[in-house]
Design a protein around this ligand. Structure first.
Ligand code: PEP
Ligand code: MN
Length: 338
């Protein structure tokens, strides 16, 4: 249920609505639009009636939200979410390119990669330090040491960072070093992790689970917003199908479907989405054309020597060649890649 306040509602009237919500054993969350405030009622709202709020001073109207997800829904917030990470705007008219290696392997490797990311025109650098690997014998990442490397290099070259966090207990530590917290596909429904990131001050990127429906993804994002963190990016990274010629099947239609129902920015990961470097450029062009708000592309200085996901990683040269192409596609759909 959402309580839409009148444009001229006073702060006291809004506070009175919030207090009423709290006395009914629910939580309140404000969505601040340009002119009006919407106060969401979170909790078991089935026993409540709109009239309980409609009679309060300053209230314009009360709506029941029909969809199972609420805070992520466009019914609650019609305008697109946009926020800044450093000087990069996410979710605006700009399309944001994130790139970097699957894993941070050494200071030298990450620095070389980050410099190539910067030179290519991509705005945010990625790197995995805690890696969810299918086999326990595969490289598991450098852990906190990897994050330290990322923070140092980010400071040196001036690009914000994104890295995966796998456990709720690790959210504060990863947040000390990293600008955007990535929730990997395997953890999309790790609810303690979603709750912990909901209480974090860092923006988050939620990747679609290997077999997750769009509704499950939206409900996972709802956990983060319900915790108070509204700066969430959704990332389509391919789902499991019977097809074996690509690593996953990238659901390109997830972009317009998600954008219809949610105000959150929607990104595409063409690297995990296809699994092969040869397919990354064509699928990236499609992602921009379909209206994605950003892309996350794996790139490695020497893909053939990468400790993880080398097969799907672009070389620095391929990334630098791709971004001008993406700029042209962006222009054709009235978007910009700066
Ligand atoms: C990654 O981004 O390196 C990663 C592990 O992605 P996903 O969680 O989508 O598999
Ligand atoms: Mn990877």
């Amino acid at each position: 249920m959402v309580v839409v306040m009148q444009p001229q509602a006073t702060e006291e009237q809004k506070e009175h609505v919030r207090e009423t919500i709290h006395t009914l054993d629910c939580k309140s969350r404000d969505i601040q639009g340009d002119a009006i405030t919407i106060i969401c009622v979170i909790g078991n709202t089935l026993a409540l009636t709109p009239e309980q709020f409609e009679i309060l001073p300053g209230v314009d109207q009360v709506q029941r939200i029909q969809k199972p997800f609420k805070l992520v829904s466009r019914e609650v917030q019609p305008h697109k979410t946009s926020f800044k990470v450093g000087d990069v705007t996410i979710g605006g008219n700009e399309i944001t390119i994130i790139s970097g290696p699957c894993s941070v392997e050494s200071r030298e490797q990450f620095r070389t990669a980050a410099l190539a990311v910067k030179a290519s025109g991509a705005r945010i650098v990625r790197g995995g330090a805690f890696k969810p690997r299918t086999s326990p014998y595969s490289f598991q990442g450098l852990g906190e040491e990897g994050l330290k490397i990322m923070a140092e290099i980010s400071e040196e070259i001036g690009l914000p960072t994104i890295s995966e966090v796998m456990e709720p207990e690790m959210v504060p530590m990863v947040s000390e070093y990293i600008d955007i917290l990535q929730i990997g596909a395997r953890n999309m429904q790790n609810y303690p992790l979603l709750n912990a990131i909901g209480h974090s001050h860092r923006p988050a990127m939620l990747k679609r689970g290997l077999s997750a429906t769009i509704e499950e993804m939206l409900l996972a994002a709802e956990y983060i917003l319900a915790g108070g963190n509204h700066n969430v990016i959704l990332c389509e990274r391919g789902i499991r199908t019977f097809e074996t010629w690509t690593r996953n099947t990238l659901d390109i239609s997830a972009v317009p479907v998600l954008q219809k129902v949610t105000h959150l920015p929607v990104f595409i990961d063409p690297s995990h989405g296809t699994g092969y470097a040869d397919y990354v450029a064509p699928v990236s062009r499609a992602a921009v054309a379909v209206g994605a708000d950003g892309l996350m592309i794996e790139m490695h200085p020497t893909p053939e020597r990468a400790l993880s996901d080398g097969e799907q990683s672009l070389t620095p040269e391929a990334l630098s060649a791709l971004i001008p192409e993406l700029r042209r596609v962006a222009q054709a759909v009235n978007r910009v890649i700066v």
